[in-house]
Design a protein around this ligand. Structure first.
Ligand SMILES: NC(=O)c1ccc[n+]([C@@H]2O[C@H](COP(=O)([O-])OP(=O)(O)OC[C@H]3O[C@@H](n4cnc5c(N)ncnc54)[C@H](O)[C@@H]3O)[C@@H](O)[C@H]2O)c1
Length: 404
């Protein structure tokens, strides 16, 4: 029996995947409302293929509860934010989940930490909990997750995985468990290597995105077309520049590089610079909005609309999203509460002047700032005809479109 603890964006699909592949699974979350929703037969977020997976798992007998269960394997997939001041990982949720599960764990149980953590977190924060509880019989494993929101179900099935364990045989056993559904290659290594590898992967992405964002700024400063330059440069056989954008959000690329900066402040110089560049993009977009408004003779901020609230296309996750960062910045500068906002994926009211109808949104604005490239917009781009458009995602090719 597997007890998955933390049923958010990562824990829920993992629990469902195991259950639908014949493993006995109980999913536990401390959020009663979330567990209530799952028990009533509904999923808690929108994701391609999740409904079908949920139905399969329910048929296979998955249970949802707020209580930690007696199980031979625990998978902990709770949130791991960073401390805003020190930039170090905040392992409080992991530590609390481990403390709780030790009360139910039988002797020799396997404890898999799936949450992303910084190098050494298991040594510093998890082992002491086991030691204090006199539970060094528990077998520790770190199996970080790589899936991308928007394609989670496919990636759970096909991604390669990393499993770090103290004891190789335990690592191999956990590999077998994931192999119940995972068709990718799984590397078994030690815990520290698994911890740092995960951070390195997301940091690689952050640094490469920062390079594209820096190019966008350079090109804007001297009136050059960054997209054309990247398109041509990428014809070089060993060049693959990513796309610039309005900033980086989500719970991975915007968070994990900070763990390395927090732990190695004197060494992680390029990483810090990359994070700073990415974090400056929402402010850069605000500057572009001011420039485009001036150029187009627009003066009324309440006739400007932000399209997109999520941190990427075709998901409902708004954590750390560039749009929210821009709205917060406007608020700090006493310009809050004026622009109109619309996102087809965000159905709950989150910010002032938020619309839930695309046409109503469009009829109340003269300028649209494209911040997320949802398919909904790509399929209805003609509706932006006649509007002033600032496109930060390079998806609108209507004449006169302004870019980053
Ligand atoms: N979201 C992603 O795209 C993604 C991708 C790869 C890895 N990760 C990593 O996976 C981990 C989980 O991320 P997420 O996005 O699923 O987070 P999330 O916030 O969506 O989910 C975490 C869940 O854990 C629950 N929880 C917290 N403490 C608990 C406790 N003590 N007992 C029971 N439940 C508890 C919360 O109520 C919440 O529902 C993080 O470390 C993250 O970095 C996330």
């Amino acid at each position: 029996m597997v007890n998955v603890i933390g049923l958010g964006y990562i824990g829920l699909p993992t629990a469902l995947m195991l259950a639908s592949h014949g493993i006995g699974v109980t999913g536990t979350d401390c959020n009663e409302e979330l567990v209530g929703t799952l028990r009533s037969g509904r999923t808690t977020f929108r994701e391609k293929g999740l409904e079908e997976l949920f139905a399969d798992a329910v048929k296979a007998g998955i249970r949802f509860t707020t209580e930690i269960q007696e199980a031979d394997t625990y998978i902990v997939s709770v949130q791991t934010p960073y401390d805003k001041f020190s930039k170090k990982v905040d392992p409080a949720a992991v530590v609390s989940a481990v403390r709780d599960l030790l009360k139910a764990a039988p002797e020799g149980a396997t404890l898999v930490i799936e949450s992303t953590i910084s190098p050494g977190t298991i040594d510093r924060s998890v082992r002491p909990v086991l030691k204090d509880a006199g539970r060094e019989d528990v077998q520790l494993v770190h199996a970080p997750e790589r899936i991308i929101p928007g394609n989670m179900v496919y990636e759970l099935l096909h991604n390669n995985r990393t499993i770090g364990a103290d004891d190789r045989a335990v690592g191999e056993r956990v590999k077998e468990l994931y192999a119940s559904f995972c068709e990718g290659e799984t590397v078994v290594t030690d815990i520290r290597t698994a911890e740092v590898t995960k951070d390195v992967e997301n940091t690689f992405r952050a640094v490469n995105i920062a390079f594209a964002n820096e190019l966008a700024k350079i090109c804007r400063s001297d009136n050059m077309d960054v997209y054309e330059i990247i398109r041509i440069a990428n014809k070089h056989p060993r060049v693959n520049i990513l796309s610039p954008g309005p900033g980086v959000g989500g719970h991975c690329i915007s968070v994990d590089p900070w763990f390395l900066v927090g732990d190695y402040p004197m060494l992680a110089k390029m990483i810090l610079c990359a994070r700073t560049t990415n974090d400056s993009m929402p402010e850069f977009v605000l500057g572009r909005i001011r420039d485009v408004m001036q150029q187009e003779g627009l003066t009324d901020l309440s006739r400007v609309g932000f399209y997109g609230l999520t941190y990427k296309e075709n998901v409902d996750d708004v954590r750390e999203s560039p749009t929210l960062q821009m709205l917060e910045s406007m608020d700090r500068h006493l310009a809050g509460g004026q622009v109109k906002v619309y996102d087809p994926w965000v159905t709950r009211d989150l910010v002032p002047n938020q619309y839930h109808d695309f046409d109503a949104f469009l009829s109340d604005v003269d300028m649209v700032v494209i911040l997320v490239g949802h398919s909904q917009l790509r399929e209805h781009m003609d509706k932006l005809k006649g509007k002033v458009v600032l496109d930060t995602r390079h998806i609108c090719f209507l004449p006169g479109t302004h870019r980053l």
